[in-house]
Design a protein around this ligand. Sequence first.
Ligand code: ADP
Length: 909
Amino acid sequence: MQTKEGIRLRNHAIWETAVDAILTIDDGGFIIACNPAAETLFGYNSDEALGQNIALLMPQKYRDQHDEHLKRQLHQPMGGHQVNAIGTTRQLVAQHKNGQTFPVHLSLSEMNVKGQRQFSAIIRDISELKDIENALRDNEQRLRFGQDFAGIGTWDWNVDTDELYWTEQIPPLFGHPKGALETSYENFRAAIHVDDRLLVEDAITTCLEQDIPYNIEHRVVWPDGSVHWLHERGDVVRDGQGKPVRMLGVVSDISEAKQTQIDLHESEARFRDIAENMSDWIWEVDAQGVFTYCSGNIEAILGYRPDEIIGRTPFDLMTTEEAQTISAVFADIAQNKRPINNLENWNLAKDGHRVCLLTNGVPLLDAEGELIGYRGVDKDITDEKHMKAALIEAKEVAERANLAKSEFLSNMSHELRTPLNAILGFAQLFGFDDNLNEDQQLNLTEINRAGEHLLEVINEILDLAKVEAGVLDLKMGATPICDILEECYAISLPLTKEHAIRLHIDTNTDAAVYADRTRLKQVLLNLISNGIKYNHPNGMVEVKVGKGDQAQWRISVNDTGLGITPDNLENLFQPFNRLDLGQSQIEGTGVGLVISKNFVEAMGGSIGVKSIPGKGSHFWVEFPSVRASEPMELIGETDSALAKDEYGCECNQDIAKHSGRILAVEDNTTNQALLQIQLQSLNYKVDIASNGIEALDFLSKESYKLILTDCNMAKMNGFQFAEVVRQQENGQHRHIPILAITANIITGEADRYHRAGMDDCLAKPVSLDILQAKIEKYWAHSVENEPPLFSTSAQNTERQCHLDITVLQNTLGDQPKDYQHVLSIFTQSAPADVKEILQAVTSQDHEALHLAAHKLKSAARAIGARLLAAICQLLEVNSHHTDWDKAAKLTAQLTIAMTQVEAVIADHT
Ligand code: ADP
């Protein structure tokens, strides 16, 4: 039984030893008692605390609040518990004597002590508790942040109660806002992709039953239908008997990683598909060149499986020789860490057949830039190689065929020219027959015209053959345009008359181009003659020289003729294409423009055309210009192919009966007869031999001043014959001029004549005038002790034909200054004479022509310009006839001969 004293003592003991601070305050809020724990908690001893307002123990900012609160409390009737402070516990902030604040737990109770209202406050320092609480909260927050950032959610499932807890990060993993999805296993299951549900359930069961950690990747379908990948890991917590109590897990979204993984798989599969299915094979070697990888398709190429290759080097697959070559190349590449570019190498396949590989690769470098190997691709190019070899062979065959074609054309030309030779030659001879009546004269003109046309066609075909055979022999040099244009004018005049066309050529230019003079003239003549031919009567052709693109001269040939339609323009420059004019009366072969284009381009120039149907055409050629100050190397007319009809002369009446004989070697009886008549009509005595052997026999019995020989003959041909003659002459200081007569004028043949010791060649059919000019040219040189002409310089012969300086030397003595003086007087006066002749021909003035031609003939003879003199003589003789076309043709030859004479004089002065 408790006594009052017992209760008091026990209360006192509680008061004194209580852990919590206990304070008693009166109804004014003043402290009337405090226990030792209160002294310790607030730092005031009881003397300091007693009588103080309880507000002393609070931070300043709560003190007024506390006063208000106390007033309201006292306002309540005693024992009324309406005010929530009484009988409740609250958390407050208290203040220590030293000013430090700290959280406290306050329990307040009201007492009635002898009618007085008193309050008892039990105060507990909860600083530590608060710290723990804060730490916990921080941790939780950190965990939440961590889960947020990592996209991780956690769950906790109570196996017994089936209660499930998951963190707020779980719903977003299922496509719901944070915390929006109600936590339940059904919701979790519903979110799982239907195809993965069984997998997940199995994994959970296995974990629970067999204690295998729950570790699974599965898909979930979000409310928007998108599919996402989750990774789940978890384990089971068991009780002492091993019975599962809880299962805990972590879920994370691995969609991105999964996508990367899927992409990687796909790209790997793609690479594998490509590597395995491409015809090339992929490889990797280490720094020592040892294969570390190779794709399976090597088997299709070399017959080895990859495992048979890995560990070997590429050189193990080659012959020793090839390995030596390729390893040296590879060593150099590897030393410089260069890529391998299109390295061709021959390998031996497993069955021993040879395979050519085309290797490409890139160096593999480590972080320090050291070479650790190569990776690359090998392509099987064996078929390609064989094909290339076959192509080369085919090309060679084609080239041989082309050559054969050229030879065929050459031979064909021989076959065509030989009878043509006879036709034209005999026709010319008829021309000298004064007994021909008018009809016969007309027929003869027709034979000549047709024969010349045929000759022109053959020449053009031969030119085309040369172009196609790529054997154009160009003599490039600085070529003044003015000279060429003057010549073109003179040559084209007869054609203008025939077609009633006005030709205007602006020759007033000092332009010079880098070109082959002869070929350029041929091109311009073709363009001009086209302009004349494809024109209307009284039409006009105009030739102008102007600046072209960059440092080029442009020579334009404009006509007011038929013009060319745009469609036809596309087909221009095609061999044998006469466009719409194939059936017309206008003569042509359709080859001229092709040849012109080829010539122009071979000379580094260009050719073009613009045309308006019905109005006319504008053809032009452009060539690189040559500076006017540059010394001009005039290009002479040395091409035998083109010299064929340069001298359209008639028989020279002046040549007296010649002393000395000519030996003609020819196997064709018609040509034999023709030659004989031609030579006799020129007053030469002639012997005819049928081949080289027969000719040597003649030579052994008779001395000859000149030999004319065919080239293609049975038994001993012309070349062999000429060689024997030269051997016999060797050391005897003798030289009989040998002139070849040939229908074969393909480029390259000229060299052959020279090599055989021949002096010159004449193209079949040989016209009487050319025959005469050539014989005249060499007749004097057959004098004994005279050095052979060709053996010194082939050009000399040509030059002596234009200007035989020995004539002046014989007349004036060997004083260069004397004959130079005479030559310079000639160059000053002769152009005026030429002009007079041209004017006389244009105005068809017989008398003026006779006088001017005679004057120039004398001057030309005096200085040794033999060809010029011969042409003048023909003009002089012809001046009494009325054949002005012929006269016009001769003036064309005259202009050319004059230019050549001037060029040779320039060399002598
Ligand atoms: P050809 O004149 O011998 O037929 P070309 O090769 O010189 O051969 O010309 C080919 C064709 O181009 C001619 O047949 C003609 O139809 C056409 N042609 C050439 N020049 C002209 C021109 N100035 N005006 C109209 N047509 C032309």
